[in-house]
Design a protein around this ligand. Structure first.
Ligand code: PDD
Length: 289
């Protein structure tokens, strides 16, 4: 079956889905994006993702390419045309549009919208429980990591470094020696005294939608939640560690650099949060409007 992408008003064969050479996303990384999971054919936390898209666009003063309602229709249509009946991912990207190359905002130019989607294997509980390794690297990104910008060079380089080191993710470290987040995920630990720690939302991290869902779940569970920066030392001596993202869900971290975390397997709180998050993810209501 052919994949279909939405590009600036048209549904096109994926192979023919192209943008102009002077699209500002291509020339300046002048754009933002969202990645939303599909489970049982439904978008996971769609409203939260669209609200974050709204915020990213507003911070960069990029106009919406169409109304929020119309975007929901396009996304639903891309899912339908790609026959994502079970699990998958939707990617949407909005840029400041196509204009002759000049740093200043082009006046009167419509923003560009691309929406793609692909199927993924069905959620596999056993695979999800498997622990991964992370490395630590300096965080050399700009100071507005709260904006989900397509400018991802440090993240790309960090993820490649992780891969070459045989790790799944790189946790980035700020100038105070504290973990900011992963290159495409948020970082969490469970301390020896059973506190659940993740860095507070600020311009130093992307406020993950999965992060927020897990915070809500942990609060409901009566966990001792602390939102603050934690150091690499704290992370390495933690009882448990995990990362969260749309694509990784709640993923156990069992090694940080050369240090094994806990007994090298998924920890009990991580396991509970994964189970509850999977329940949240699979129980999405159809939203209207
Ligand atoms: N990455 N931090 C960064 C830097 C990210 O790129 C992401 C998401 C997250 C987690 O956010 P969320 O829970 O909303 O997915 C944190 C997406 C999935 C990506 O780039 O593919």
């Amino acid at each position: 079956m052919s994949r279909i992408a939405y590009v600036n008003g048209r549904y096109r064969l994926h192979a023919d889905a192209v943008v102009h050479v002077e699209d500002r996303g291509y020339q300046f990384a002048d754009g933002v994006y969202e990645v939303i999971a599909v489970q049982r054919g439904r978008l996971v936390d769609e409203e939260a993702h669209l609200s974050r898209l709204d915020r990213s666009l507003a911070e960069l003063r990029i106009p919406w390419p169409m109304s929020r309602r119309a975007l929901r229709v396009v996304v639903a249509e891309v899912i339908r045309r790609n026959r994502i009946l079970e699990s998958g991912l939707v990617y949407m990207q909005v840029t400041r549009g196509v204009a002759p190359r000049s740093h200043v905002f082009p006046p009167g130019v419509a923003s560009s919208l691309v929406v793609t989607a692909r199927s993924l294997p069905r959620f596999d509980r056993d695979a999800a429980r498997k622990g991964v390794a992370v490395i630590t690297i300096p965080d050399n990104r700009w100071k507005r990591c709260d904006i989900k910008s397509v400018s991802l060079l440090p993240n790309v380089l960090g993820k490649q470094q992780a891969k070459e080191a045989g790790a799944f993710e790189a946790w980035m470290i700020d100038s105070d020696g504290a973990v900011t987040e992963g290159t495409s995920s948020n970082a969490w630990i469970v301390s020896g005294s059973a506190e659940l720690l993740t860095r507070q939302a600020s311009s130093a991290i992307l406020n993950g939608i999965t992060r927020r869902a897990v915070l809500d779940i942990a609060a409901e569970q009566g966990c001792r939640l602390v939102e603050r920066p934690f150091t690499v030392g704290e992370a390495k001596s933690a009882a448990e560690a995990f990362l969260t993202s749309t694509t990784s869900l709640v993923k156990p971290v069992v090694r940080i650099d050369d240090t094994t975390i806990g007994d090298g397997r998924i920890g009990p709180l991580t396991e509970r949060l994964l189970e509850l998050y999977a329940g949240h993810m699979l129980a999405q209501e159809v939203e209207t409007g």
